[in-house]
Design a protein around this ligand. Structure first.
Ligand SMILES: Cc1cc2nc3c(=O)[nH]c(=O)nc-3n(C[C@H](O)[C@H](O)[C@H](O)COP(=O)(O)OP(=O)(O)OC[C@H]3O[C@@H](n4cnc5c(N)ncnc54)[C@H](O)[C@@H]3O)c2cc1C
Length: 601
């Protein structure tokens, strides 16, 4: 792999004066710098590498990104197993989003989905196959035939229950082949933005504790989701939403943060994901009375209704005392599917359940509960993934975002399963193409300001020397539990108001943290403190957004405002973090083909 150019030329060295002790060999230069190495980032890196030189900064080794944990599938109306059309996929996605998804962005996604899967297949991605050798497809919640008039459709392409793993490995191999330069276990600390132009990234080399500067013509954020804001989550430890913190600190708003997806089937008590594919293959949800309770909530689609509907159903069963033995879980029963089929199609699930709770899923039902899973909101972008400085039309030059950290709004108020891997690969690819254009266009590097790393270095120095009495681990645990209890599947004004006060309290307490570990090499105490700082910043927007939105739509269920209110709330929230507090603005939803209707399953 090529070495980064570095800034060895003397004129530049003179100009930069080795800012605050950052040696010149720690100052790198790439046409394009990408933060993250999940599907969105790698898909972007691969495209951008066709036109220019790309550096990828990632806090995890690339193949450890959360995308690799995705199980069930990636949606595309390939019609390999039965009739299907992109228009059906579009309708389902719009309805699934509770009409908050932007239909121009959705149309791009569903039209191009087959090309995404074929593209991955041509790169060698080992999908499961039909008997005649085509990519196999399975059912998933909310994906239907004939504009919702028919039953569930076989649309999710998969590789057993390891779909994300094979996609991620395939893209990573291709990036290596195309000479993308990886900086693994580098933690992005801040964006370098001056005069409304993003010029690079400041990052910490976790192995040495040294600060590096990455100078770029353009930066793509593919930093993933923030499930770790909640105590019960399907997300990996690293999913702390850092990218959201990075953009908030340069004054960019976040969009639709109140919409957090709770996946219905998290393993009890940990919250580890049991893929929706398990219901796609025929699994039943059963309460303490032995009832298939979905009959009462979604009589037609049953266990294949969308996630928000099923999570509310499960939570209601639990809250009304019909959890198993009166406890906080219900059962997911797969036994009738048969041992052979389970071992072939859901091997990882069988292993995880056995290892974590000692249940053999061919012989006994799985204890499950809703688990924080996915962030529908995020960094506002346009259709080419440019980050929007005002959340609406003003592009912040040189900055892009794609994947779960971004909100181009294909998922609106609720995401359908298998649409996220699709979004990540597809919009990552679109970002990569736009970046390639930008890099190819002969754009010069915008000048790196001398004080590029200054605020970041100050903050880092403060944390490295922090001697306060508060412990990050304790603060984080308390905070995650409160988020789960007061901003979970069901919400109301009283709890959200209390929680908002609490978040502010946590922000104050954070100023008094102490870091005991003074080492430079893989100082995880320090990294976790930085992560928690970002998390506290954007979590305030989740809570304030949820309090502000006085309606129920998709995953945002207010028990004090039970109805969807299109008159007042058919609009996207933009939340700015200002010195005076949070300021809300709004923008209209793009509606093209499908007018809002009542959402019944
Ligand atoms: C258990 C599980 C199963 C899922 N199953 C499915 C499924 O079957 N189908 C589907 O469509 N969706 C599924 N999803 C959702 C989907 O996997 C994710 O939304 C998607 O993979 C996100 O991809 P991404 O590229 O945006 O981010 P990620 O894959 O999460 O990658 C984020 C990257 O950002 C890097 N990063 C973050 N912060 C920093 C920082 N400060 N500095 C440097 N690097 C940083 C990380 O190192 C990582 O490489 C699942 C999610 C989970 C948790």
């Amino acid at each position: 792999m090529p070495e980064s150019e570095g800034l060895r030329n003397e004129e530049e060295a003179e100009r930069l004066h080795e800012p605050r002790g950052i040696p010149l060999h720690n100052i790198h230069r790439h046409d394009v710098v990408i933060v993250g190495a999940g599907l969105a980032a790698l898909s972007g890196a691969l495209e951008a590498a066709k036109a220019g030189d790309v550096g990828v900064i990632t806090k995890l080794f690339p193949t450890r990104s959360h995308s690799g944990a995705a199980q069930g599938g990636i949606a595309a109306s390939l019609a390999n197993e039965e009739e299907d059309h992109w228009e059906w996929h579009m309708f389902d996605t719009v309805k699934g989003s509770d009409y908050l998804g932007d239909q121009d962005a959705i149309e791009i996604m569903v039209r191009e989905a087959p090309s995404v899967v074929r593209g991955m297949e041509h790169m060698g991605c080992p999908f499961s196959r039909t008997e005649d050798g085509r990519v196999a497809q399975r059912k998933f919640g909310g994906h239907t035939k004939d504009f919702g008039r028919g039953g569930p459709v076989l649309r999710a392409c998969y590789a057993a229950d390891r779909t994300g793993h094979v996609l991620l490995h395939t893209l990573w191999e291709q990036c290596v082949k195309h000479q993308v330069r990886f900086y693994s276990e580098y933690y992005a600390l801040s964006l370098i933005v001056k005069d409304r132009v993003c010029r690079g990234v400041v990052a910490l080399d976790m192995a040495t504790g040294e600060v590096h500067i990455f100078h770029a013509k353009a930066v793509l954020l593919g930093t993933g989701g923030y499930g770790r804001a909640f105590s019960i989550t399907s997300n990996s430890l690293a999913n702390t939403g850092d990218g959201l913190g990075l953009v908030l600190r340069v004054g960019i708003p976040l969009e639709d943060m109140e919409f957090v997806q709770f996946h219905p089937t998290g393993l009890y008590p940990h919250g580890i994901l049991i893929t929706e594919g398990a219901r796609g293959e025929g699994g039943h949800l059963i309460n303490d009375k032995g009832e298939r309770f979905m009959e009462r909530y979604a009589p037609e689609k049953m266990e294949l209704a969308p996630r928000d509907v099923i999570s509310r159903a499960i939570q209601t069963e639990i809250d009304e005392g019909r959890g198993i033995g009166g406890k906080g879980y219900v059962h997911l029963d797969l036994r009738h599917i048969g041992g052979d089929k389970i071992r072939e199609l859901l091997p990882q699930i069988a292993e995880v359940v056995l290892k974590f709770v000692g249940v053999d899923i061919t012989k006994a039902p799985i204890p499950i509960q809703p688990t924080a899973h996915y962030s529908m909101g995020g960094i506002p972008t346009d259709l080419d993934c440019h980050v929007l400085a005002d959340g609406k039309g003003e592009i912040l030059k040189g900055l892009y975002a794609a994947g779960e950290c971004a909100c181009v709004s294909v998922h609106g108020a609720n995401r359908l399963g298998t649409n996220s891997l699709l979004e990540a690969v597809l919009y990552g690819r679109r970002a990569g193409r736009a970046l390639a254009q930008e890099a190819k266009g002969g754009l010069p590097f915008a000048e790196l300001p001398e004080e590029a790393a200054e605020p970041t270095l100050k903050e880092l120095e403060w944390l490295q020397g922090a001697k306060g009495e508060e412990k990050v681990a304790d603060l984080r645990t308390g905070f995650q539990e409160e988020m789960m209890a007061k901003c979970g599947v069901f919400r109301d004004e009283k709890d959200l108001s209390l929680l908002l006060e609490s978040v502010k309290e946590y922000q104050k307490r954070y100023q008094k943290v102490g870091i005991k570990d003074r080492s430079k090499c893989f100082n995880t105490e320090l990294i976790e403190a930085i992560e928690f700082g970002y998390l506290l910043d954007f979590a305030e927007l989740i809570v304030a957004g949820a309090l502000n939105r006085q309606e129920s739509r998709g995953a945002h269920a207010r028990i004090d405002y039970r109805e969807r209110d299109d008159t007042n709330w058919l609009k996207h929230t933009l939340a700015f973090k200002t010195d005076e507090g949070i300021r809300f603005d709004y923008k209209p939803v793009t509606i093209t083909r499908f007018k809002p209707k009542a959402r019944v399953y």
